[in-house]
Design a protein around this ligand. Structure first.
Ligand code: ATP
Ligand code: MG
Length: 429
């Protein structure tokens, strides 16, 4: 019998004119990374990418791994047959047999190589006749059949699959074709989704997480690492930066007007993220903000934070509802991690009544009540990072000394939690 292969369909890449081959090459590189260690062959094949194995089999988990890679519109598990009617008819019968419970079908024959003497209309008739004979109870239906059996002649082979053997892919464009962005990643629901969305458009995402440490435990850092690992199959993240932010928050909470604290924290986050962007050669920031979701996300407060931005700030979730965000978080595998709560810098030194409609003049005045420039320097000096082998095209910057920090669960000390408790006490003062 014929071999099993995955046919990877891409949609948007197919629309690219002269640059198409750059996108195709990047998709192949990314698929190879996603399937690393599985000895799969990944090759370009007239309008598809084909994934196959030496032994002609297709392990069950492979189509799902392929589907998670941005740029993949659809994955079909197909039979690869010779140009031999007996062989591809048999594959069509197998394909239809696997579609339990269907009542109607049609055949969709196509030729990418016109040197094959059987025209696609005749291909439809020929395979259709074999299927009618094998399944006399099934109806042939041209319009909206339960199953379409695809028979596609490509180069020297014929690929056969029922559309039920296809699954949707992540869509979008291959990571590495849209530059690099810095994403502000908390352990909440929103920012992992925002990160995935920008990654799906082809950007390499370098997340920066602000931890409340040393005023809180490092719990949020662990969750953030888990989020990065959950996003690993998509191959969008190279490195996670962690900024111990607690000390600066404490200082801000002592000096700046209480109602404007959150905006001060956010402005400082943006300043640090921009410095990381400079280091990394990233050209934009990404946040998980959604209009009106919380006090800091009103139009005025977004404006007040954005005031320090010198590069574009993307907010892919700005118009989405929480239900849609949660739905996406479940699909990309970050929901269960984000559902765990951990004290991070967001829970630290929160004002009792945060300003919801900040006045920009007052915000700028508050910004000058502490030495924000020195804080940025201090935070950049103390920045840490964890590397992940997730993104095929990520190249780390040379400037940063290797301060790879391997955190072990045992390091979550009771002492840190005590400090966290103290931090909360003073926050409530
Ligand atoms: P999320 O929005 O990710 O669910 P959240 O709801 O706790 O987290 P918000 O108050 O909504 O955080 O913050 C708005 C955005 O600011 C986040 O989406 C994220 O991009 C950024 N942000 C907030 N807290 C942090 C943090 N600790 N580290 C990095 N970025 C953060
Ligand atoms: Mg949020």
């Amino acid at each position: 019998m014929a071999d099993r292969v995955c046919l990877v369909h891409y949609h948007e890449i197919g629309l690219k004119g002269k640059n198409r081959s750059i996108f195709e090459r990047q998709l192949i590189t990314n698929l190879k990374r996603a399937l690393k260690g599985r000895s799969a062959h990944v090759e370009r094949l007239a309008g598809y990418v084909r994934v196959s194995f030496e032994d002609g089999g297709m392990p069950e988990d492979i189509p799902g791994m392929v589907a998670a890679v941005p740029g993949v519109a659809r994955v079909s598990v197909a039979w690869r047959c010779a140009r031999d009617p007996e062989e591809y008819n048999a594959a069509a019968i197998e394909s239809l047999r696997a579609c339990k419970g269907c009542e109607s079908f049609k055949v969709h024959g196509r030729r990418s190589n016109t040197d094959y003497p059987i025209h696609s209309i005749d291909l439809n008739r020929q395979v259709g006749a074999a299927l009618c004979e094998a399944f006399p109870d099934l109806r042939v239906q041209m319009h909206q059949p339960d199953v379409t059996v695809n028979v596609h002649v490509v180069q020297s082979d014929v690929y056969v699959y029922a559309d039920a053997a296809s699954q949707r892919g992540a869509g979008g464009l291959p990571v590495g074709t849209a530059g690099k962005v810095i994403t502000l990643l908390s352990s909440g629901f929103d920012s992992p989704v925002a990160t995935w969305m920008v990654g799906r458009r082809g950007a390499i995402c370098v997340p920066v997480h602000f931890s409340g440490r040393p005023m809180t435990s490092d719990e949020s850092e662990w969750l953030t690492q888990d989020i990065v690992r959950a996003l690993e199959p998509a191959g969008i993240i190279g490195r996670l930066y962690v900024v111990p932010f607690g000390e600066c928050q404490r200082e801000i909470s002592l000096k700046a007007p209480q109602a404007l604290r959150v905006i001060m924290y956010r402005r400082l986050m943006f300043e640090v993220a921009q410095r990381v962007a400079e280091l990394e050669g990233a050209k934009a920031l990404v946040t998980g903000e959604s209009l009106g979701q919380v006090a800091s996300q009103t139009l005025e407060n977004i404006t007040a934070t954005n005031d320090v931005a010198t590069i574009p700030v993307f907010r892919p979730l700005i118009g989405t509802d929480k239900i849609e965000i949660i739905d996406r978080a479940q699909k990309i595998g970050t929901y269960d991690i984000s559902a765990q709560t951990a004290p991070d810098c967001c829970t630290l030194f929160m004002p009792r009544r945060p300003e919801t409609h900040a006045n920009l003049r007052m915000v700028r005045e508050a910004w000058e009540t502490f030495d924000h420039e020195a804080m940025v320097e201090y935070l950049m000096k103390n920045i840490e990072y964890v590397d992940f082998n997730a993104c095929a095209s990520y190249r780390p910057p040379r400037e940063l000394r290797a301060r790879h920090r391997e955190l072990a669960p045992a390091e979550r000390s009771g002492e840190a939690e005590n400090v966290a408790a103290k931090g909360e006490e003073s926050a409530n003062e």
